[in-house]
Design a protein around this ligand. Sequence first.
Ligand SMILES: [Zn+2]
Ligand SMILES: [Zn+2]
Length: 241
Amino acid sequence: MVFGQTLSPLLDFVYPRPCAVCGTGVGERGRHLCWDCRSDVSLIQFPFCSWCGDPVQGQVDASYVCSWCRRRPPAFDRARSAAHYEGPVQHCVKAFKYRRATHLVKELGAVLAGCVDVHYADAVIDAVTYVPLHGRRHRERTFNQSCLLAQYVARRSGLTLSDAGLYRTRHTDTQALLNGAARRRNVEGAFAVKPTGWVSGRSLLLIDDIMTTGATVDAVADALKQAGAHRVWVATVGRGV
Ligand SMILES: [Zn+2]
Ligand SMILES: [Zn+2]
């Protein structure tokens, strides 16, 4: 950890930053979103697919499984996202990921932890893990946004954080620039688990920032399942369309 990151929470406390979205003053010290912007976060509520968590409109019951999951069953056991990827959540994720606003992990992590509390209260979780970055991208970005979010959730919930021995087998293109089928091809076989045997029989909560087609978390879950994982639960901050 660099010196600036260590000091950052203290400086935020002494000199509060303006709201990360609208720039007005934030009433609470240590927070980075004002009340109005926090109330604009569009949380995902039922109805959604019981498997991948994709929100739908219409009259379905809790056992509903979307046509996408029926056609191509995902490797993960369940996926849920905290909020629609729009408004303040989209603004904060972009600033966090591309403009190194790592202090926003607190806001995004709080939204994510709420989702984990609601949707995984019944789940046995041996460890919290995250989508690994390829070495080259990690060097460019200097941090892994999924890892910081996973760290926040693990600390808040008293769970163990583990990289689960996951790594990228190759560099992949940025998913945001690709369409559905190309996203799947882009990440297929792109993840693997080091053969330590640690993952075998364990149930893991896999964290990522955004889920759109689910191709990335599915490819990571597939690698974990191939390494013998018992259950792979997925939680993301945002759900894109
Ligand atoms: Zn605001
Ligand atoms: Zn589904």
